[in-house]
Design a binder for this molecule. Sequence first.
Ligand code: HEC
Length: 279
Amino acid sequence: MGESNYRCGKDRRVAPLDRRITDDSSTHFRRFKNISVSEKILNTCLLVVIGIGYLVALANLYYTHQGHDGKPGISVHDVMINYHGEPGHTRLGAAINGPMEGNLKYKSDKNVILKWIQIGAPEEEYNDHVATILNRDCIICHAPEINPSLPNLTNYEGVSEVTQAGGVSLPSLIRVSHIHLFGIAFILFFIGRIFLLCDMNVIVKRVVVVIPFAAMLIDVMSWFITKSLPSFAYVVVASGALMGVSMGMQILISLYQMWRQPKEEAEVSIQATTQETTV
Ligand code: HEC
């Protein structure tokens, strides 16, 4: 079926040379064969940089979410803990078991902090044992005057915000969502516009341009749902993967079709040159 559609709608490369020039429909919808090499170079630069950007984004995702559950590597459980939270898994506990551990002057202080979190992070114990550790090792960075965007570890109120096991906060979900929706919509739009220049079954093409947008919307929506319903973490992972795969396919198919020289066209140009030289 795909083949017949391809023949009747798009494949004008087999049409005789004069028909290709006069046939209006051949210029109506642009395809890769209609664009200049400069435009192909520009398109390629964009697709390659976005492709690399996506891989770096994946690496960032890995480093920020891996190990929430205490095991190396990223899993659906890590995603659940991140959005929904889990008793015993606090941001402070995860930080002190992970990226912030190296900032502690004495390793034994890690257990003092973890035990304090376990007993419910009471204020009295904070004043007696924990404040001294944080003041010595952490507030060089974690003070509002120095880094307003980092958790404030200079007082009990600030520290309490990272000792609750509630998962990611609603304001920060909203912040990340709006950045994602605005930013990724543009990226998908530009990738999709280039992808539309491919030669393929039109129905497939129409569906394929919509998939990454739909997947992104489902992904962002399921972050919010996972906050109350942890098993939705599977939807977060599946829709995120679908967005990545569909975007990657669009990039690869576009690059392939853009730079491959169609067989028939190559033959036509060879015939044309041999005719010219023999006449
Ligand atoms: C050299 C600066 C620096 C020092 C010292 C430092 N941190 Fe951090 N901390 C950061 C930065 C930057 C981030 C944000 C990036 C990240 O999450 O890795 C952060 C993030 C955090 C977070 C939030 C993680 C999250 O869930 O978003 C916690 C909790 C934390 N640090 C605790 C600590 C503790 C406890 C100490 C002291 C033992 C400490 N930090 C010392 C720079 C520092």
